[in-house]
Design a protein around this ligand. Structure first.
Ligand code: NAD
Length: 291
């Protein structure tokens, strides 16, 4: 039976460490770390995500401001709001909730967030830093997956890791992080041949596809660590991952459930990134930030 990695409790512990660091920052700088979230339109899922991010910030003793813009906001107005946030000293982190309405240029918008405040880690400068092994802000979801692997004591050095999915948000940064830890990494995607056999060769398997229960028992090597990033809703309205959990839990070495695995880590890592950004911007000694 696999070690079921409890993302909820790992995330709760991380949030406590973030709150302690945020309190230390406030005491030294005279203001709390601040996250500004920009939400365009009224997509219900985005509304929920943004609300949760704001609440989590406040619980960790951080300031959070949500900027709600109408669905027909112009590109100019959105960029001008971002430009204001970039020069505002009290703003440490900025994120634009995606997806944006079709008339807006998503790339131009995310590029407008300066690397120092880019708590999503999407700016090309942060992406470059990640691949070059330099300091920067790392996308929250893959960073959370790494924390879960470490928490479960999974050995990464020399391990064969297969990441399914090559998105800029999850798959690619996940591959970079695993490579940084000396895993041998294969990135699989929709055109990959013999995917089940490839996956069955993995010591560490990360699924970030978005297809309910795609990975069955024969996709998983006995004893492998399985990280399920997928969030899918079944016809019955149930939340499931990309992995057929019931089929795999019996012989994987470790596995993250959905819900309660990777999901809770994403917000906790967003808080962590905001405190890291604040710490660096304030010029506080790096060695004194313990998260
Ligand atoms: P995406 O749609 O941008 O990318 C999906 C990737 O899967 C693509 O690279 C594609 O090549 C690959 N793919 C598609 N069909 C495939 C197939 N049949 N075989 C192999 N590969 C295939 O999605 P994303 O943004 O990377 O998100 C992936 C999943 O993770 C989604 O379910 C999303 O909801 C979830 N997600 C969860 C969190 C979280 O906090 N838990 C955060 C981000 C994304």
């Amino acid at each position: 039976m696999a070690n079921v990695i409890d993302g909820k409790s790992v995330a709760a512990a991380l949030r406590l460490r973030v709150a302690a660091a945020a309190a230390g920052f406030s005491a030294r700088v005279g203001r709390p770390p601040g996250l500004d979230v920009v939400l365009v339109g009224d997509d219900p899922a985005s509304q929920v995500y943004v609300r949760n991010k704001g609440r989590a910030c406040e619980e960790a003793g951080m300031r959070s401001t949500i900027h709600r813009l109408p669905v027909d906001v112009t590109q100019e107005a959105l960029l001008s709001l971002l430009d204001g946030l970039m020069v505002d000293e009290r703003v440490d982190g900025v994120l634009v909730q995606l997806p944006l309405p079709k008339h807006l240029d998503e790339q131009a918008v995310t590029d407008r967030v300066v690397p120092e405040k880019d708590v999503d880690g999407f700016h090309p400068s942060n992406v470059g830093a990640l691949w070059l092994g330099r300091e920067g802000l790392v996308p929250c979801t893959p960073w959370g997956c790494m924390r879960l692997l470490d928490e479960a004591g999974v050995k990464l050095e020399g391990a064969r890791a297969v990441v399914i999915g090559r998105s800029n948000i999850v798959g690619k940064p996940m591959a970079a992080l695993l490579l940084r830890r000396s895993a041998t990494v294969v990135v699989a995607h929709s055109r990959t041949k013999d995917l089940p056999a490839l996956c069955a060769s993995a010591d560490v398997l990360v699924a970030a596809v978005g297809r309910a229960k795609m990975l069955g028992a024969d996709w998983v090597k006995p004893g492998a660590a399985v990280i399920d990033v997928g969030i899918n809703r079944t016809a019955e309205g149930k939340l499931v991952g990309d992995v057929d959990y019931d089929a795999v839990v019996g012989h994987a070495g470790a596995i993250t459930p959905v819900p309660g695995g990777v999901g809770p880590m994403t917000i906790a890592c967003l808080l962590e990134n905001t405190v890291r950004a604040a710490w660096r911007r304030a010029g506080l000694p790096k060695g004194e930030l313990t998260i």
